[in-house]
Design a protein around this ligand. Sequence first.
Ligand SMILES: *[C@@H]1O[C@H](CO)[C@@H](O)[C@H](O)[C@H]1NC(C)=O
Ligand SMILES: *[C@@H]1O[C@H](CO)[C@@H](O)[C@H](O)[C@H]1NC(C)=O
Ligand SMILES: *[C@@H]1O[C@H](CO)[C@@H](O)[C@H](O)[C@H]1NC(C)=O
Length: 284
Amino acid sequence: MLKLFLISLLLLHVKCDFMGLFSSKKDADNSGNGRVVGGAKSENRVPYQISLQMQKKEGNSNPGFLGGMMQILGGGGGGGNFSHFCGGSVLNENHIVTAAHCIKGFNTSRMAVFAGTNDLREEDKGQRIMIDSCEIHPDYVELNTSDIAVCRLKESFSMGDNITPIEMGTEHIEGGEECLLTGWGYTSRMVIGRRIPNELQEAKFYTITNEECNQMYSTTPTELCTKSKGLEGACNGDSGGPLVCKNKLAGVVSYGLMICGTNQPDVYTRVSEFTDWVQQMSSM
Ligand SMILES: *[C@@H]1O[C@H](CO)[C@@H](O)[C@H](O)[C@H]1NC(C)=O
Ligand SMILES: *[C@@H]1O[C@H](CO)[C@@H](O)[C@H](O)[C@H]1NC(C)=O
Ligand SMILES: *[C@@H]1O[C@H](CO)[C@@H](O)[C@H](O)[C@H]1NC(C)=O
């Protein structure tokens, strides 16, 4: 029942995501100590985190749908000709993993990956590489299962301290595990009209069992949920980004409620269910 409700919410939400809206962290207005809805600025480099970006259309006096919405919504962050819209993780020098809903229906030839810095404004420090192609998981069903995609880059990252791959977690994560969520998503619960942060945000979350999560959503075993103790959570712009548990990639941000950080669980794609597929796609 709730799922039906969520679907209409999420359709809107997915569109918003694309425009740079969904994320996770603290309400800056109330806390002053960070921007992720309930989180804080990442003090350390998070070398596996990437920003998935869309090239703005040229001649922006009439910027078209994306550019126009970006301006209205204040999305974007950093790089003049590109706008952040989703997160992702580095798999190797040529591949990243993100959410299927960040890719499906969008023109991948205008997408780039920006990596190597926590600050989206640091054009000289980061590396931006256009996407060559993406593989969406064949079983992907919006808000139900397999919200995961692997993208290949046109050129290789120059790997080093600032860009390193994250190992995929093969272990089945149970409830009560402490995990780290990072992203450039919105840092306020009400996302409309806000700007996304330029600096990467992070927050700790605890996993809950799917059984517990099903009190709110109807999850499948391909999903993993977290809950925060307070008003924290993933939000627009965090989609596709990494949830890291026990130093391995355990989740890919998939969905939550439209109003971020409401003390309701957030849902991730359960990476341990997809390691073989991801491995295969990232070796092509
Ligand atoms: C943005 O694109 C325009 C036209 O392609 C180019 O002249 C300009 O240098 C670019 N700006 C940045 C910051 O890369
Ligand atoms: C995708 O974007 C590229 C580059 O801007 C453009 O040439 C192409 O026509 C676009 N494809 C679609 C289906 O819109
Ligand atoms: C949701 O995913 C499960 C597998 O994880 C599948 O059995 C089920 O048919 C899917 N439901 C819909 C509505 O697609």
